[in-house]
Design a protein. Structure first.
Length: 216
C-alpha cells in the first residue's frame, strides 16, 4: 500500500445547514494544541510544586499517562467509534462521531476531535483519574494523558495529509491506518501506536502467500 495513497485534495464536507453546528463539528488541526498545551503546562507546573512528589515520580506518572492514553485511544476507537447502534437517531449520531471520517477521510477539518467533544471528555477522564489516583499524582498523569491525546490528533492529521516518504515509522503508521480505512475496518484500531492491536489480536494479518498451481 503506497504512502502516497491519500489525495492531496482537501474534501471539504458540509453536513449541516446551521453554521453553528458546522463550527462545533469542524476544527483546524492546530486548535487542540492551542487549547491543551497550556493545560499540560499548568498541570506539570502544579505537579512540580506538589509536596511529596519528586521529579522521578512525576516523570513516571507522566509516562504512565501517555501509555494510558494509547489504551484509551484503542478502546474508544474500537468499542465506541465502531459501535453498531440501533435506531435511526443513534446511527446518525455515531456516524457523526466517526462514520463521517471513514466516508470523507480527506476532509482536513474532521481529522482532529472538536473541542465541543474533547473538552467534556477531558473533564470526565480527569474526574475519574482524580478519584483513582488522588492528588498530587493525578496532575502529571493527566498531563501525560493529554500529551498522548495531542500526539494522536497530530499523527492522525499527518497520516492523512503528509507524504512521510522518508520516515519508516511514518509510512508504517500510515499503512497501518489506511489498511483500517480501506481494507479491514475491524482491525487496526490504534492510530498513534499499534501496540494494543498486537496485545488484543486485532493487528492486520499478513496476506496469505499465493500457492503454485498443482500440476499433479
Amino acid at each position: 500500500m503506497s504512502g502516497n495513497f491519500v489525495s492531496k485534495k482537501d474534501e471539504s464536507v458540509r453536513l449541516f445547514q446551521s453554521d453553528f453546528l458546522e463550527f462545533l463539528t469542524r476544527v483546524h488541526w492546530s486548535i487542540p494544541l492551542v487549547i491543551y498545551v497550556p493545560v499540560i503546562g499548568f498541570l506539570l507546573r502544579g505537579a512540580s510544586r506538589a509536596d511529596g512528589l519528586g521529579r522521578a515520580s512525576t516523570a513516571w506518572m507522566f509516562a504512565a499517562g501517555v501509555i494510558a492514553w494509547t489504551l484509551a485511544e484503542y478502546l474508544i476507537h474500537r468499542h465506541v467509534f465502531h459501535f453498531q447502534p440501533r435506531g435511526r437517531l443513534m446511527k446518525q449520531l455515531f456516524w457523526l462521531f466517526h462514520g463521517v471520517h471513514h466516508d470523507y477521510p480527506n476532509d482536513s477539518r474532521r481529522l482532529v476531535m472538536p473541542p465541543a467533544v474533547s473538552a467534556p471528555l477531558a473533564l470526565l477522564f480527569y474526574a475519574g483519574f482524580l478519584e483513582l489516583l488522588g492528588k498530587p499524582r493525578v496532575d502529571p498523569f493527566f498531563a501525560g494523558f493529554l500529551t498522548g491525546y495531542l500526539a494522536y490528533d497530530m499523527i492522525h492529521y499527518a497520516i492523512h495529509h503528509l507524504a512521510w516518504r522518508r520516515s519508516r515509522i511514518g509510512l508504517f503508521l500510515k499503512q497501518h491506518h489506511f489498511w483500517h480505512h480501506f481494507q479491514d475496518g475491524e482491525r487496526g484500531f490504534g492510530v498513534s501506536s499499534p501496540l494494543w492491536d498486537y496485545v488484543f489480536g486485532t493487528r492486520h494479518l499478513p496476506a496469505a502467500p499465493e500457492r503454485e498451481p498443482n500440476d499433479g
